[in-house]
Design a protein around this ligand. Sequence first.
Ligand code: MLT
Length: 397
Amino acid sequence: MIKINEHYTEIGNNYLFAEIAKRVRDYKEIYPDKAVISLGIGDVTQAIVPVVIEAIHKATDEMANARTMRGYAPYEGYDFLVNAILKNDFLDRGISLEADEIFVSDGAKSDTGNIGDILSSNNRIAITDPAYPVYVDTNQMAGRIIELLPCTPANHFVPAFPEKIADVIYLCYPNNPTGTVLTKEQLEKWVDYALEHQSLILFDAAYEAYISQPDIPHSIYEIEGAKKTAIEFRSFSKTAGFTGMRAGYTVVPKELTAQTSKGEILSLNALWRRRQSTKFNGTAYIVQRGAEATYTQEGQKQIREVIAYYMENARIIQNGLENLGLTTYGGKNAPYIWVKTPHNLSSWEFFDLLLHKTQIVGTPGSGFGQAGEGFFRFTAFGNRENTLEAVERMKTL
Ligand code: MLT
């Protein structure tokens, strides 16, 4: 008889956003005429910018010609994209990295989920709570021991160090789901902790393009010593509207090492390369050309305009909620607004109330972890019309 991975029995039947989609489908079946507005999953709504579309068209035409077509992409990404990433995201910002420390992928979700492949299931894991569900789910799938680090208004959403020393620590800043950030000094303390305890920080910077304050780090490598202790994940999804196109990258510095049970020291960069070349066949050429175009001067201008559009939505939602007397967090350096539910409703009670009374979909905070209970997340990724309409409808609550 086939044996399953028993750990899957511990993680619930549905991934958070699959569960929400199911509940919304069920609602629409009963009320097909109701106009539902989704401010739930952080999925983009604005067109991919013209510079990127032009690059994709051009790359598609190359595929139509045997002389210029491309087959399998390099496992780590084409040089043209790796070099554009290296220059624009790191070297030009004063961070020294090398091209072979960058691994282009199909997005940060896959990479944050897959990174566990190269790490022992005996590692102790620390994860901020609430958190993007992929971190907890994938570590539970592997049977690792997890310590949650609550992030609530009581600690200003700054996680305390774990009670027991953690081997691996997940940090996501700007944070999904709370929209909060860590200052450079606060992040420095985590890098120091990791250096002292020889821990690995998995730093998810998928939302760095939304940072508006000058003192907030865009990359963990802005902190001295971080190359010895951190892997960083980046995404084109929220930066350039690639949620459906799929592109991101992961930085695994060559200075990063870990040990075998026999005490042998190995390079995580080499292990990740081995993992990716075995299990991943590269991001599509066409998509990589699109990602490359985001780094041109015109590309930067165009994607910044879309980001500003979403951040105006964030402002509208946050103001709307505050005007209703609700307490909100985030929304300034991230496209998420985290709100305390009214009347001490549970997160799912508020979800049901919003859906049934106003046909608005958000994400229950408890879906991101127990410290998210009593909170709710709205995304700024809707279109303007729906965002304004949602704020109007909420006045009827
Ligand atoms: C979210 O809503 O948290 C994100 O869109 C999910 C994701 O990036 O996979």
